[in-house]
Design a binder for this molecule. Structure first.
Ligand code: ZN
Length: 536
């Protein structure tokens, strides 16, 4: 029967199917229903040489779910394409589609993307989860002070409210929640989106279609003639859209939009770079919500531990607090969670523009430092502070605080390097990293283990020895990744990362992906020893 846990899993597969007895239509439904039950955001169907790996993204991480043998791969692909209303005779071009309907006892809304790869067609199903957006703005984890700012921002009759963050930062959920709050019978709300991520009752939603000239800018120009009160612009990507948004905002409309930046400061800078006239921008901008997602620690098995001296220092410097104990995730986990984590929580920074910032923005030649001083006053809870508060509240742990803040790429974020150093030392305190030693010249040598896992190695072997996600692997250790091309062979990238191959004696080259071309190395077993590198 279907749905049984495999006895001898190939890796850590959750489910294997009996393809002889079970029709492919049932298997497709079963995968979708179980994905939904497991809280999956995306289902990946990855074509491989011998079949298709089905993976679920849960709380931001992909997990293997099931494997479809080659003989049934095409049937499943065709079934999914049919469900998504795609052209099943076309297998050489990318396609987009949607699936809506009852699966099990839930109504589900899914966006489907199909991409031809050399091994077959890869399908990704994004499960749109409205429940979060519909729970209201106060369910999104805003600090009470930030929530008050946001509520004031939404009362503005006109202007621009921006939500910023990387893909997967939960900014759509926040944006739709804002829209839900503004959705009243006396208000005409029109959206321009690419794609429309959620259908909302009572709102006029326009889908961008660049192929036929229906761009954000073109749609916006028409929308302004439709007597709107509130306009949602899915994303501000170019200066034309930015300029129309600002013009709409100063002519009596409330504009809600998103932009792909890291924080309040970089958002203002980005808008200035988009040739938006400063005096218009300073009038139009109401507020900026910046956001990221951190893993929540499981409330059933989390525990409190003593802070390390370095964590104490961080709390002292950034929270002006002496913190003796903090919450942490239990790595063993419990039946309620996975390795101590369950779900995710938003880490936010909310900037409500005041007269002083407005005046500063309209001044030509304003420096980043001057702007920074105005943005990050005592009134602003920075992203780091919000994360630390959520650590103190037991919602997330210090490890996640570090990971979330580490993603920041801005230059001159003074707290970042200090935080990186502090966390490294803190880890050494916890004996997670080897203690620093001193070389012949008395210089400290930090041993860094580059953690190349089986998947990375296998991918490298199949790709001429290129470890495509090496910078990510190494950046987890806090090393700088400047000057490293993501597609650089591993041995070439290592010196640029300031790392050095220490000794690879007794370690045949097959343990490391070959740096030059042949690409014949294959991982032989599961006991791959990670080579050690030392930092210069
Ligand atoms: Zn737990």
């Amino acid at each position: 029967m279907m749905g049984q846990v495999a006895n001898k899993p190939k890796s850590t597969l959750k489910v294997s199917f009996d393809f002889v007895k079970t029709p492919i239509t049932q298997i497709a439904d079963y995968i979708i229903i179980s994905a939904n039950k497991a809280g999956t955001s995306d289902i990946h169907f990855d074509p491989r040489e011998d079949g298709m790996m089905v993976r679920f993204r849960i709380d931001g991480d992909l997990q293997d779910y099931s494997f479809i043998p080659k003989a049934y791969e095409r049937n499943l692909t065709t079934r999914l394409k049919l469900l998504a209303n795609m052209n099943i005779t076309e297998s050489r071009l990318p396609q987009d589609g949607a699936i809506k309907g009852m699966f099990g006892d839930s109504y589900m809304d899914m966006r489907v993307s199909c991409l031809p790869l050399n091994e077959g067609e890869k399908i990704v199903i994004r499960i749109l989860d409205y429940t979060r957006s519909l729970q209201g703005i106060d369910s999104l984890g805003f600090h009470p002070d930030n929530l008050k700012k946001l509520e004031r921002m939404m009362e503005a009759p006109n202007g621009i409210i921006l939500t910023t963050g990387a893909t997967g930062s939960g900014k759509s959920t926040t944006t739709y929640s804002i829209l839900q709050c503004l959705n009243k019978p006396e208000t005409n709300i029109i959206t321009v989106e690419d794609p429309i991520e959620m259908n909302i009752q009572g709102i006029n939603q326009v889908q961008v279609n660049a192929e036929i000239g229906m761009t954000f800018a073109a749609a916006l120009r028409s929308i302004l003639r439709q007597d709107p009160n509130v306009i949602l612009i899915g994303e501000i990507r170019d200066s034309e859209t930015a300029q129309i948004a600002v013009r709409a905002a100063i002519t009596g409309h409330l504009v809600v939009s998103t932009i792909h930046t890291n924080n309040s400061l970089s958002t203002i800078e980005r808008l200035m770079d988009m040739n938006v006239e400063r005096y218009l921008l300073s009038t139009a901008l109401v507020g900026i919500i910046s956001q990221r997602l951190a893993k929540s620690i499981c409330p059933k098995c989390r525990f409190q531990r003593k802070t390390t001296p370095y964590e104490k220092k961080i709390f002292r410097n950034f929270m002006k607090m002496d913190v003796e104990t903090i919450w942490d995730a239990n790595p063993d986990g419990c039946e309620n969670c996975r390795k101590g984590y369950k779900g995710r929580i938003a880490i936010q920074e909310v900037l409500e523009l005041d007269d002083e910032i407005r005046a500063a923005i309209s001044i030509e030649g304003l420096t980043k430092d001057e702007l920074r001083k105005l943005v990050y006053t005592d009134k602003t809870i920075t992203m780091l502070q919000d994360a630390l508060i959520k650590n103190l509240n037991g919602e997330t742990n210090f490890e996640e605080v570090y990971r979330v803040i580490e993603m920041e790429n801005d230059d001159g974020d003074d707290y970042k390097s200090e935080l990186t150093a502090a966390i490294r030392e803190a880890r050494q305190d916890l004996s997670l990293d080897p203690a620093p030693t001193v070389d012949a010249n008395g210089k400290p040598v930090v041993n860094v283990t580059v953690n190349i896992d089986q998947d990375t190695l296998a991918a490298a072997a199949a790709n001429n020895g290129v470890v495509s996600n090496l910078p990510n692997v190494v950046s987890n250790l806090g090393a700088s990744t400047d000057g490293v091309d993501p597609n650089m062979p591993v041995l070439e990238a290592i010196p640029r990362l300031g790392l050095e191959v220490e000794e690879l004696d007794e370690t045949p080259t097959t343990d490391l992906p070959p740096s030059e071309a042949n690409g014949t190395a294959t991982p032989t077993d599961n006991n791959f020893q990670t080579p050690e590198f030392k930092q210069q």
